[in-house]
Design a protein around this ligand. Structure first.
Ligand SMILES: Cc1ncc(COP(=O)(O)O)c(C=O)c1O
Length: 379
């Protein structure tokens, strides 16, 4: 379970600082502005993007959105609630796109009323929905690409086969919409270079075909999926940049298209760590249990789907270690960060544990994507 300790120095220094200032009320998600800014700049220097659309679903903390906005980011929203958050943070609706290919009419209406004019789609049904609720908007087709190598695959749920793209663009144009781009997503945390190069090559071929069929596209959006968990994200991004280079040249220089991306985890994941406190250390039969004051239900749901987080002691007193089950404070027996986590043998109540990385899909797990919990009707 425990991957090698790789919590960035900047976060550890931040922890020292807030502790010395008496501001370490646990549990908390400690977020480094410097790391966010560094990741954003690093992404833009390695991938020659014309615009980054940061997905609000990844981290919807207003300070994070504001910080990235100051760096020049634009934003990808999936719901009216996410859009409102962006508008409240001072971000213009013209800097927002909706990349969720299947949307609820109410959210399209709110987005259109707020001034959003760019929407993804991958079915004819969605074309008609956008035509009705966001007339004359620009639309881009989410296409199906291989998600081989992704830790979480998205291609079964979204993406039109390449053979359908011309038909979808025609349907959009007939509906008074402007098909202006193509988009894909290789799946979450995908370091497989063949998937990246294959996806872009496939998309560039489809773009060429669209242009031949009289659809003057403007952009290709290579989505998210850049690796951020479980390895050195910077060298892995460099490798991806290298394999994409020949296709990026064709896309930009031969086809005259803009390159967009929606890196979420790459930018936010390692910029945050969760700081939690040990409530109790208990020996139950042959297992040692550590109870902490925050658990899976506080935003770490992806553990249920197999995603692993490092759990380490913030200030170990000794080097001697033993394995523990690390569990949250709820009555739920699934609320477990790991069942063989190596931690100091003398761990005790009050010690701080760090759960890392905690910047992607953790604090935003509340009302994820901005979709509200169902109301209760008591009759
Ligand atoms: C449309 C879209 N763009 C971007 C992202 C961000 O992906 P990642 O966190 O892998 O960078 C997602 C994540 O699900 C997504 O659905």
């Amino acid at each position: 379970m425990n991957a090698p300790f790789a919590i960035p120095e900047a976060l550890l220094l931040l922890l020292d600082r807030i502790q010395s200032e008496g501001r370490c009320e646990t549990p908390l998600i400690l977020t480094s502005r410097a790391l966010l800014e560094y990741n954003y700049r690093c992404f833009c220097s390695l991938i020659p993007v014309d615009a980054v659309f940061f997905p609000v679903k990844t981290n919807n903390t207003p300070e994070v959105l504001g910080c990235l906005h100051n760096q020049g980011a634009r934003f990808e929203a999936a719901s009216a609630v996410e859009l409102c958050l962006l508008l409240r943070t001072g971000i213009a609706s013209s800097d927002v796109i909706f990349s969720n290919p299947v949307k609820s009419p109410a959210h399209i209406i709110s987005a259109y009323q707020a001034g959003v004019r760019t929407f993804a789609f991958d079915t004819a049904c969605e074309v008609h929905k956008i035509q009705r609720h966001a007339p004359q908007s620009e639309v881009y087709v989410r296409i199906e690409v291989s998600n081989d190598g992704a830790e979480w695959k998205l291609h079964h749920k979204f993406g039109a086969p390449g053979s359908e793209v011309i038909g979808l663009c025609s349907a959009a144009r007939d509906a008074g919409l402007s098909p202006t781009g193509l988009a894909f997503h290789v799946g979450w945390n995908n370091a497989q270079l063949a998937s990246w190069s294959g996806a872009l090559q496939h998309t560039v071929q489809i773009a060429e075909s669209c242009i031949r069929h009289g659809f003057p596209l403007r952009s290709i959006n290579i989505g998210g999926g850049f690796p951020a968990h479980g390895g050195d994200q910077y060298t892995r991004l460099q490798d991806i940049a290298d394999v994409l280079k020949p296709m990026v040249r064709i896309l930009k220089e031969e086809l005259g298209l803009l390159l967009y991306a929606e890196p979420g985890s790459f930018i936010a994941a390692n910029a945050c760590v969760m700081v939690c406190r040990v409530l109790d250390v208990v020996q139950r039969h042959d297992q040692a249990w550590v109870y902490v004051d925050s658990g899976i239900n506080q935003g770490f749901y992806w553990i249920y789907a197999g995603v692993q987080y490092q759990v380490v002691a913030a200030q170990p007193r000794s080097r001697k270690t033993r394995n523990y089950v690390v569990t949250g404070p709820t009555c739920d027996s699934h609320d477990i960060f790991g069942d063989a986590v190596e931690l100091p043998a003398d761990l005790r109540e009050g010690d701080l544990l760090l759960v890392f990385p905690a910047g992607a899909y953790v604090s935003s797990a509340r009302n994820y994507n901005g979709f509200a919990y169902p109301d209760v009707l008591f009759a």
